[in-house]
Write a protein that binds this ligand. Structure first.
Ligand code: AMP
Ligand code: MG
Length: 432
């Protein structure tokens, strides 16, 4: 039967009409476990940071006015009035023409409004010679100057990386309301696929997709669960999918979606619930047999078995949904501009993705070289590629020397790209 394939854009539209990705709930998470998770509430500072006015240097706390006339060779002479200990309230008050020794991070004593660095002061018994003037506020961090109590310091939808975690710790926040991670099941299919750790008998290959897809799910904020390898057999596939759907928010399968006699996934998907299959093949290369179903409100993405095709279609279709379900702000994928090293051809009428590796030429220009044209099954393609170039349905090729936008698999550029100090020669639209 001849059926017109949906274009990638049409497929995305169809999906949108059938499934609205949204967060799957919230939970309170201890600070030690919030890394890479998404805030489900705005964080309002419960206190000032710093909580008290403190010295930024080791030196002498002074009244700035007492140092105004100080010069290198004609120092101001102040009376030593004591030490300011760190970690407690000062007992000393700095009066006219007196000074107290202070360390970095200690509270500024009453009366003082600036600190002279140790390098510009000389203590002689009970006097301190100040060789440089300071202005009021110098080398002092005022209470609330970093964060003010009541200020919204982090926003709902932000991902908590180390910097955000530092802010939460500074504020003494021990529990944070985060979005739950969407639970995504990963199923590999095929009689030839064996689990790692098993002996590799003749005709068998190790399961790659469980590992690549699980890692990709984790990278975009989902919680992957490996269901394992299911043989190409109707009742086993049906049972596995049915059970998985009850426990998970989404299912990603690989293999068994082509037109071979053992490609049973489409048949199975149409027996599990409504509406069933909504996308049955997409005009892309690689990834054409990609099949998508929605079963009683839960999406099932059935990707082709070729590891490169599976991962590429994951990036195109699955990743954006998982990201929305994590509650994170929508972020544009990381894209860099490069120059095509060779002519890259498109498959007629299909949106074509060419895996490329990035290198830098001597001028710091990024060069995109096809990792392995056309070999969608070659696993080394994945290992060599930094990202992919997209060629639209109506374009024949990207010529050697043309500008090519490369969508990166990871925001960092790998290997040679990094060695050439990429920061000056590429722009990316990833705000992080
Ligand atoms: P299929 O889509 O099931 O026809 O598989 C296409 C190709 O990908 C075949 O060569 C499979 O052996 C291979 N393949 C399928 N699933 C996996 C997997 N989980 N890991 C590695 N290769 C796979
Ligand atoms: Mg198969």
């Amino acid at each position: 039967m001849f059926r017109k394939l949906l274009s990638l854009d049409e497929a995305k539209e169809v999906f949108k009409r059938n499934f609205l990705p949204k967060p799957v709930g919230v939970e309170s998470v201890p600070l030690s476990e919030v890394g890479n998770r998404v805030l489900a509430e705005d964080i309002v500072a419960p206190l000032d940071i710093p909580p008290f006015t403190r010295s930024m240097v080791d030196g002498y706390a002074v009244r700035a006015v007492d140092t105004f006339h100080a010069e290198e060779n004609e120092p101001a002479t102040l009376e030593f009035c004591g030490y300011i200990a760190i970690g407690e309230l000062p007992t000393v008050t700095v009066k006219n023409h007196t000074t107290a020794e202070i360390v970095t991070g200690a509270p500024l004593p009453k009366g003082a409004d600036a600190v002279v660095m140790l390098e510009y002061a000389v203590r002689q018994d009970n006097t301190v010679l100040i060789h440089r003037p300071v202005s009021a506020g110098e080398k002092v961090m005022t209470a609330g100057s970093d964060i003010q109590k009541g200020e919204t310091i982090l926003e709902k939808g932000q991902i908590s990386h180390s910097r955000e975690i530092g802010t939460l710790a500074a504020l003494g926040i021990t529990e944070v309301v985060m979005y739950k991670r969407p639970k995504v099941a990963v199923i590999s299919t095929g009689a030839e696929i064996v689990d790692l750790g098993e002996p590799l008998l003749p005709g068998k290959i190790y399961d790659i997709n469980t590992f690549t897809l699980s890692a990709a799910i984790r990278e975009c904020g989902g919680e992957p669960t490996s269901v394992g390898i299911i043989p190409d057999e109707m009742s086993q596939l049906k049972r596995a999918l049915k059970k998985t759907l009850t426990m998970m928010d989404m299912v990603v399968t690989s293999g068994g979606v082509s037109v071979g006699p053992k490609d049973l996934i489409p048949q199975v998907l149409n027996t599990l619930g409504k509406p069933g299959i909504i996308i049955s093949g997409i005009a892309v290369k690689p990834g054409k047999p990609t099949t998508v179903a929605v079963i009683d409100g839960k999406p099932v993405f059935s990707l082709p078995g070729n590891p490169t095709s599976a991962l590429l279609m994951f990036y195109q279709l699955v990743r954006p949904q998982i990201r929305c379900m994590t509650g994170a702000y929508e972020k544009a994928p990381p894209i860099v501009k490069a120059v095509a090293e060779k002519r890259m051809f498109a498959e007629k009428g299909r949106r074509t993705f060419v895996m490329v590796k990035l290198t830098g030429d001597k001028n710091g220009q990024l060069i995109a070289s096809p990792a392995a044209l056309g070999l969608s099954g070659a696993i080394t393609t994945l290992a060599k590629a930094d990202g992919f170039v997209e060629i639209s349905e109506d374009q024949q090729f990207i010529d050697a020397g043309d500008e090519a936008s490369v969508c990166l698999f990871n925001p960092e550029i790998n290997r040679e790209g990094r060695k050439i100090g990429v920061s000056s020669s590429f722009t990316r639209n990833d705000p992080a």
